[in-house]
Structure formats: C-alpha cells, structure tokens
Design a protein around this ligand. Structure first.
Ligand code: FSX
Ligand code: SF4
Ligand code: F3S
Length: 393
C-alpha cells in the first residue's frame, strides 16, 4: 500500500464511517482503494487520494441506459454472488436510473430519469450499455416509446461525462456483426463526439469502477486512447501479460481442445487465441474476484478479442490472430502457479511490462516457432502426445 500515513489522515471516525457505510472492514476498504489505484496505474500514494475521494465525495448521479445488448455488462458489475463489489458500486455512485435494477417501471421510471436529469443538470454521468440502431430511422429499439437514438441524445445533452460500457456501446459489438441488419452503432458515432469507452463483452467491472473513481478523485475522466479507452486498462495487448506467454515464445501450443498441450496449459494461439491483437487488461486483473486464472485464457479458452473492433464477433473463432508484437519479453511470468499462491497476475504482469525488444529476437522466435511446430505436428500425427517437443529447440 502506498502512503499509509496519508490514508490514516482520514481519521478513525471517517474510517469507522466507511466501515458502517460499506459494511466492509477498514483493512478491506484500504486494500480496495489500493487495488483501484493500481488498476488506474496511479503513482505511489494515490491510494490515499482515492480513499479520501470515496469517503468524502458526493456520490455522482448516474443515468444508465440500455439498448441493444444482453445486460451482461450490468450483470458482471453486480456479480450477485459477491455482494461487496455490488455494495461498493451502489455506494460510490447514485444509480438514479437503470431499467433492469430500479424498482420503478413505466411512467414512474421515466419520471425518475427526468427528475434526476433536472436535479443534476450538467453534473450527472451518463452510462450507455448497448448499441444504438440507426437503420430505418432508428426504429429497431424504443424505450418508453422513445427511440434509442433520440433518448441517448436527450440524456447526453446535459451530462457531465458520457461513458459507453461494453463493446456494444463502444463500437457496435455483437449486434453489429453478421451484416449489421439494424445498423447497430456506437454511442460516439450517434452523438458525433468522442466518449469514454470501456469495451469488453462483458467489460471488467474494475475498469468501470476505476474510471468512475478517477472522476470522483480528480474531477475528470482518465486519459484515453484514440478509441476513447482508458489507457490504464487498454494500452497493452493481452498477449504481453498472458501467463501462457512463455509457452508461446517457446513454441509450445495446444493443437486441439483436450490434447496434452491443452491439459498442460500451453499457449492457445493455434486454437485461435486473439490475445496477440487485442488490447485489454483481462490477463492482469482477472474477473469476478474468484481467484487468479479467472479470465478466458486462464480457464483454457482462447481469447475471442471481445474488446476489439474488427476482431471480436468478426474474425472466425479459430482463425489465427495477427501477431502485432512478436518480440519476446525479457522476463516471464511463472508458467505453473497454484491458484491463490505465489506471484499475483498483477505482479507477473508488472514483470512482463518491463519487457523490451531483444535485437534479433523476432527472427529467433520465428525460427523457433517453425522448428517446434514441425516437431509438434509430427508428434500429433503419430498420436504420441508424450513426444511433443517441450524444449522449443
Ligand atoms: Fe452484453 Fe453489455 Fe456484451 Fe454488449 O456487455 S456482455 S452483449 S458488450 O452491452 O450486455
Ligand atoms: Fe496467451 Fe493467447 Fe498470447 Fe498464447 S496467444 S500467449 S494464450 S494471449
Ligand atoms: Fe474478451 Fe479476450 Fe478479455 S475474449 S474478456 S478480451 S481475454
């Protein structure tokens, strides 16, 4: 943890207040603030600022719209089996309108949205989940009799910030695949201006929470890339932080689901893993607080590139990924790590982040890959999994 003395400037009363308010121990609270600060890539000591902001800031009013989507974004955020995060989110923000969570319905719900927008004019945060259909004058999605395309514009007009959560709202996502029959479009395209995007299907809840807490702590949204994605979460390829990366570099691949390589946790590149062309932090922060390895590749499934426009829901699932950066890292995360023990994903990723490009590394890697593929394929052909080349030589 960064700066304990600053955090304890919060005082015992404030910490006691937090304990009562959030129903979590002060130790868990401070740990949570440190996690958020690390997720945001903030410098040492920033956890103190985060802790103070959450403790003292007025919860920002959030209007949350749903359009073409599956509600997986909300579901991943609330994770009903982990009430702590749910409680935290609902305590950090004032969720004044959310169609699937609010008790109100029909005219009452509409009135709640309008009241919140009026009372917090220019100050509320608009979160949009789902794509917006624009084909045929936007007729394919209506809420309370209003077309999605009109509702999003109405709600964005007086918002202090607009956040597109999930790939659907960020770039069209799944509804825009397969010929895009409804003209499913992103929030930015419909509003005609950039917005913060948190892509992923679903996105990682910590990336959303960290974005909101950044807004609370510093009064502004975090730095974003040209696609509106917070840099703290989307500036690295999944492949750069993957715990199977050492296998990739050594040329050890699962060739089919359930084979010897797959069972030994080899790289999933040959099964179509899109980690080499997908920007996200799934491999470093995991999902669901259910322990380490809890992300698609960690569970044995290739990344489908769900955050990435042009990859997720677009490229065939077993098509080989374009390897954007093939330089091998100088240091590797451990290959085999029992759950809950040893280095965390985050620390392994921090090591991987130190990686630089070794001169000639790409050529050596290509050479090794070619060699090991040949050996591996020969082993597969003779149906002797034990003969798979594990040396990469
Ligand atoms: Fe679903 Fe959200 Fe995917 Fe889309 O997530 S998990 S279809 S990104 O808008 O609800
Ligand atoms: Fe990990 Fe996929 Fe890269 Fe292999 S190809 S190292 S499984 S991200
Ligand atoms: Fe999506 Fe790939 Fe992460 S499928 S959740 S971007 S590992």
């Amino acid at each position: 943890m960064g700066n304990m003395s600053e955090i304890f400037e919060l005082g015992r009363d404030a910490l006691q207040g937090i304990e009562n308010r959030l129903g979590m121990s002060r130790r868990d609270y401070l740990q949570f603030c440190a996690t958020l600060a690390v997720t945001m890539g903030l410098p040492k000591g920033a956890d103190a600022a985060v802790a103070k902001a959450i403790e003292s800031a007025k919860r920002p009013s959030v209007i949350w719209l749903h359009f073409q989507e599956c509600t997986g974004c909300s579901e991943s955020l609330l994770r009903a089996e982990h009430p702590t995060l749910e409680k935290l989110i609902l305590d950090v923000i004032s969720l004044d309108y959310h169609e699937t969570l609010m008790a109100a319905a029909g005219h009452q719900a509409e009135a709640a949205r309008k009241d919140a927008m009026k009372a917090n004019k220019g100050k509320y945060v608009l979160v949009v989940e789902g794509a917006i259909p624009v084909k045929d004058n936007g007729i394919y999605c209506k809420i309370g009799g209003t077309k999605a395309i009109d509702l999003v514009k109405e709600c964005a007009a007086d918002a202090a910030a607009v956040i597109a959560i999930g790939s659907c709202a960020s770039w069209g996502g799944m509804p825009s695949s397969g010929g895009n029959p409804t003209g499913a479009s992103s929030v930015a395209d419909v509003l005609g201006k950039p917005v913060v995007t948190i892509p992923g299907c679903p996105p990682n809840p910590y990336n959303f929470l960290a974005t909101v807490v950044h807004f609370l702590t510093f009064g502004k949204l975090p730095e974003v890339d040209k696609l509106g994605r917070p840099k703290f979460a989307y500036s690295r390829l999944i492949h750069e932080h993957c715990e199977r990366r050492a296998h990739f570099d050594a040329g050890r691949f699962a060739m089919e689901f359930g084979d010897a390589g797959h069972r030994q946790g080899y790289c999933l590149y040959k099964l179509g893993c899109k980690g080499p062309e997908t920007y996200a932090n799934c491999s470093t922060i995991g999902f669901g607080d259910a322990g380490e390895n809890n992300w698609p590749v960690g569970c044995g499934h290739p990344c489908i590139g769900c955050t990435e426009q042009g990859v997720g829901f677009t490229k065939p699932i077993h098509q080989l990924a374009k390897v954007i950066n093939i330089y091998p890292p100088q240091q590797y995360p451990r290959i085999v790590e029992e759950n809950g023990k040893g280095a965390s994903f985050a620390s392994a990723a921090a090591l991987a982040a130190l990686a630089g490009a070794a001169a000639g590394g790409a050529a050596m890697l290509a050479r090794n890959l070619g060699r090991s593929h040949a050996a591996e394929e020969a082993a597969q052909a003779s149906a002797k999994p034990a003969a798979v080349d594990q040396t990469g030589a």
